[in-house]
Write a protein that binds this ligand. Structure first.
Ligand code: FPP
Length: 285
């Protein structure tokens, strides 16, 4: 299938999705949505099934949501698929199952990714994943590299604190290797470690920060996900378990996002420090 940069595929939305999409302002869509996919185990437990079935059903949800994202031209979708903590703290059998599921998902869905103009990428300490999984991941990247629609980034063996530590060390190394700073005293190098220098070393350096973070299954936690990047993101928590999450729920979250006012630490529109009370002006936002 051929795509022009502005292929509009909104007409491919399902009727229940279209109903919500019609209420959105297309020019104010988020550029980057990040999702903490949670509740696979509880979904299975409610049905007296083993946790594995929840993960399997969760992989189906991934594909539904990716396709809806691509139809509305969402540029960046990042999914928390497997954390460093999952890798360390879950039973080996479950970790192995998740690895096999990831491989099966990629092999089974690359064609649909291409049909939907979706490009695959990853963030996290992926070099620590089993080598046959890494090979399939690399293959999927190559197969989808030419696509120009949604970039689907899977966070795998990902932890935000370790990402920030890695980035700080990389930024420090870059500063030490800068010929313009050769011979400078350590004291004079420290101010070069700026927000900008650190951001440039994050796994996400090439992406805008998420505008909207969605978490399924009702937990009010961030769980070490994109801590730096979500400084000003809107957070949407739904009680729905991930295996029940579909494109229409993504659109509902976006509708909620559009009802909010983003202030980035500033004041409401129409309010200037002169016509605010002192207290209002210093409320963190
Ligand atoms: C949280 O559910 C989910 C995970 C730990 C893994 C996410 C994996 C998938 C959605 C499926 C595979 C993904 C891809 C990209 C193919 P949980 O097990 O923590 O649920 P619980 O909190 O109810 O136990």
């Amino acid at each position: 299938m051929g795509f022009s940069p502005s292929s509009n595929r909104v007409h491919e939305l399902a009727p229940e999705e279209m109903e919500i999409y019609r209420q959105l302002e297309p020019e104010r869509l988020p550029q980057h949505v990040a999702i903490i996919m949670d509740g696979n185990g509880r979904w299975a437990g409610q049905r007296r099934l083993q946790r594995f079935f929840g993960h399997q059903q969760g992989a189906e949800s991934v594909q539904y949501v990716v396709e809806t994202a691509s139809r509305i031209d969402l540029p960046w979708l990042t999914l928390y698929a497997f954390s460093l903590e999952n890798n360390l703290r879950r039973p080996k059998m479950e970790v192995n199952f998740l690895m096999r599921l990831l491989k099966t998902y990629l092999v089974g869905n690359v064609r649909r990714m291409n049909d939907n103009n979706v490009r695959i990428a990853y963030i996290g300490r992926t070099a620590e994943l089993p080598s046959e999984v890494q090979e399939t991941m690399q293959w999927a990247v190559e197969q989808t590299a030419k696509n120009t629609g949604t970039t689907l980034t899977l966070a795998l063996n990902y932890g935000a604190r370790s990402e920030i530590v890695d980035a700080a060390q990389a930024a420090m190394r870059r500063i030490l290797a800068d010929p313009a700073l050769r011979g400078a005293r350590m004291e004079d190098l420290i101010p070069h470690l700026t927000e900008d220098a650190l951001s440039k070393e994050l796994y996400t350096a090439h992406m805008p920060d998420p505008d909207l973070v969605i978490r399924t299954s009702g937990e009010m936690r961030i769980s070490n996900f994109l801590l730096w990047q979500i400084a000003y993101a809107e957070i949407f928590v739904t009680e729905r378990f991930w295996p029940d999450f579909r494109g229409q729920h993504l659109l509902e979250a976006i509708a909620d996002y559009q009802r909010r006012e983003r202030r980035y630490g500033g004041l409401s529109q129409g309010k200037s420090p002169e016509n605010s009370t002192r207290d209002e002006a210093f409320v963190p936002s």
